[in-house]
Design a protein around this ligand. Structure first.
Ligand code: ASN
Ligand code: ZN
Ligand code: CA
Length: 332
């Protein structure tokens, strides 16, 4: 028998947070029974199995420093919690499979591992500790990105190669970013950058930019006929750019202290409809209109169908979806 608790976590990336825990006997556990029983495990540098469930004597977890083993557990557990709440409260989705059952998280994977990943096989997500300048991969946008791979697998099932692979990756960047904005936490205010807190490049730059994807040196800003032949983390660029244009519009804009500059491939000006509507359109497109083989042209149709269903054909929202796709060179 486990009693529902709310513990205090000292996270590395989100300050002091309240996390869902359980009390089993006299031991607290990172087991959030209020969100489908999400558990967070310490692999302690192993690379298989589940390692050990995080436990604690006083329900105060981590120090905020990566040197404390619990800290990564706090960030991963909090990221899963915020992701659960985002899907439930914003999109009406009850967990990754929409069945009320949680995934689980594993941290401290391997040695100096600079990545994080979702696996359908275990229905779990895993985080490395980083290496050199690269910090632990447990930031909120990364957590939201990884769990959203599970949502994509259980809905459209976008194949992880070619254009559908780019759309799969973009879906994770879009919802990872939406989760980060949703985490109305004082030290995590949200941005259109991916993995900015990890410092994976060692020079303070993020992994990816949604306003102008080519800033990473590899992603594409707009669609071209060869896009399906590049890595899915770069062919995601046009869809990430579409999402930014749809949400915020073209031009220069400062949000939460970050200045973005987004331009369209056709020179047009796009006025954004706001992130909340853009998120709802992408989610409806993903869950009702996209399939495993949807390509960029199909994503345009899917999001137009979603906008028509939500806001009406010919609505401002519908017309902005059309304009934002045209701005990344995806047309009828
Ligand atoms: N972190 C990467 C991702 O979620 C792992 C991978 O390449 N699949 O995209
Ligand atoms: Zn991914
Ligand atoms: Ca971010």
């Amino acid at each position: 028998w486990e009693a529902v608790q709310t513990g205090t976590g000292n996270s590395q990336y989100s300050g002091r947070v309240t996390i869902g825990t359980s009390l089993s006997g006299s031991t607290y556990q990172l087991n959030d029974t209020t969100r489908g029983s999400h558990k967070t495990y310490n692999l302690n540098r192993g690379s298989s199995g589940t390692g050990t469930l995080f436990t604690d004597a006083d329900d105060t977890w981590g120090t905020g420093a990566a040197s404390d083993a619990q800290t990564a557990g706090v960030d991963a557990h909090f990221g899963a919690q915020v992701t659960w709440d985002f899907y439930k409260n914003v999109l009406g989705r009850n967990g990754i499979r929409n069945n009320g059952v949680a995934a689980y998280s594993r941290v401290h994977y391997g040695n100096s591992y600079v990545n994080a990943f979702w696996q359908d096989s275990c229905f779990c997500m895993t985080y490395g500790d980083g290496a050199g300048n690269a910090k632990p991969l447990t930031s909120i946008d990364v957590a939201g990105h990884e769990m959203s791979h599970g949502v994509t697998s259980n809905t459209a099932g976008l194949n992880y190669s070619g254009e559908s692979g780019g759309l799969n990756e973009a879906t994770s960047d879009i919802f990872g970013t939406a989760v980060e904005f949703y985490a109305a936490n004082s030290s995590d205010v949200g941005d259109y950058l991916i993995g900015e807190k990890i410092d994976i490049n060692g020079n303070g730059t993020p992994l990816r930019y949604m306003d102008k994807p080519s800033k990473d040196g590899a992603s594409r800003d707009s669609w071209s006929s060869t896009i399906g032949s590049i890595d899915v983390h770069y062919s995601s660029g046009p869809a990430n750019h579409f999402f930014y244009l749809l949400s915020e519009g073209s031009g220069s804009k400062t949000i939460n202290g970050v200045t973005y500059n987004s331009s369209t491939s056709n020179g047009s000006t796009v006025t954004g409809i706001g992130r909340d509507k853009a998120v709802k359109i992408w989610y409806k497109a993903l869950t009702e209109y996209m399939t495993s083989t949807t390509n960029y042209k199909g994503a345009r149709t899917a999001t137009l169908n979603a906008a028509a269903a939500l806001y009406g054909s010919g609505s401002t929202e519908y017309n902005t979806v059309n304009a934002a796709w045209a701005g990344v060179n995806v047309t009828a």
